[in-house]
Design a protein around this ligand. Structure first.
Ligand code: NAD
Length: 264
């Protein structure tokens, strides 16, 4: 395989009905992968484009380990192999410590961290059979630089980037590469749309997201799901054969530090 050429490979993507997961499913399938997506709810709007690219859809709740295992084992069994797993399903959790209850913590950590660990666990036996594989975890900007408004989400994503490095070390000998992508604010996603829907001044909120990333600010737009998908495509392709345990920030420089002011 060369970059962009995934012919013959089999991929599973969690949270693939919308946003970054959907863009990744389309891109990987366009590059020849046989893709199965799992999601809590399937979107009928995807049926035509997914069918054209042979993308299979399955209802899956990654918090239920039987459901997650069924998604991964099912795709591997039906296609005879598994080469790629993208642990992408995720939820946000905004709130300070005194507002967070045990159920909130569990929902966020189970979705964003535990499911990724068990996704790796279930994928590994299939990948070993074919002599290796590539796993990408969708972390976040918050997996590099924690934020004050969402300590539970930040914790889940910081742990996910740490786990990515730890498991990459463990499974190098299996030739299973495990990497993470760390997006900044991404437009046209369920997560972003839900956030914007709560804002009194939509235009000002969009501007704040754009202002937070130096390159986004200079470009006058947010990061797109397709731009995150391109990084995932690179990480799962043979172009990245020696790349493991890394994080690629697709964040317009947001996690680099305090950006220059408008006038500097
Ligand atoms: P999204 O809401 O469009 O997509 C997330 C998908 O995950 C949805 O289709 C949702 O139904 C699915 N999902 C949620 N819980 C699930 C569960 N228990 N089982 C199965 N599927 C489940 O948002 P997105 O931005 O595309 O999110 C994808 C990933 O990107 C998440 O891990 C998120 O934390 C991360 N991320 C997003 C942004 C952003 O600005 N949108 C920034 C950084 C990181």
């Amino acid at each position: 395989m060369t970059a962009g050429k995934l012919d013959g490979s089999v991929a599973v993507i969690t949270g693939g009905s919308r946003g970054i997961g959907r863009a990744t499913a389309l891109l990987l399938a366009e590059h020849g992968a046989r893709v199965t997506i799992g999601d809590l709810t399937l979107d009928t709007a995807n049926e035509k484009s997914f069918a054209e690219l042979g993308i299979r859809q399955q209802v899956c709740d990654v918090r239920k380990l039987d459901s997650l295992r069924g998604l991964i084992d099912g795709a591997a069994t039906d296609s005879g192999r598994l080469d790629i797993l993208v642990n992408n399903a995720g939820i946000v959790m905004v709130g300070q410590v005194d507002e967070i209850e045990e159920a909130d913590w569990d929902r966020c950590l189970d979705t964003n961290l535990k499911a990724a660990f068990f996704g790796v666990k279930y994928a590994i036996p299939h990948m070993r059979k074919v002599g290796g594989g590539a796993i990408v975890n969708t972390a976040s900007n918050a997996g590099i630089l924690p934020r004050a408004h969402d300590p539970v989400y930040s914790t889940s994503k910081l742990a996910l980037t740490g786990m990515t490095r730890s498991l990459a070390l463990c499974h190098g000998p299996d030739k299973i590469r495990i990497n993470a992508v760390c997006p900044g604010p991404v437009s046209d996603t369920g997560i972003m749309n839900a956030d914007l829907a709560t804002q009194a001044d939509l235009e000002a909120a969009v501007k704040r997201f754009i202002q937070a990333s130096p390159i986004a600010r200079a470009s006058g737009r947010m990061i797109t799901p397709e731009e995150v998908a391109q990084a995932i495509l690179y990480l799962v392709s043979d172009a990245a054969q020696m790349v493991t345990g890394t994080m690629i920030a697709i964040d317009g420089g947001k996690s680099l530090g305090v950006p220059p002011t408008e006038t500097s």
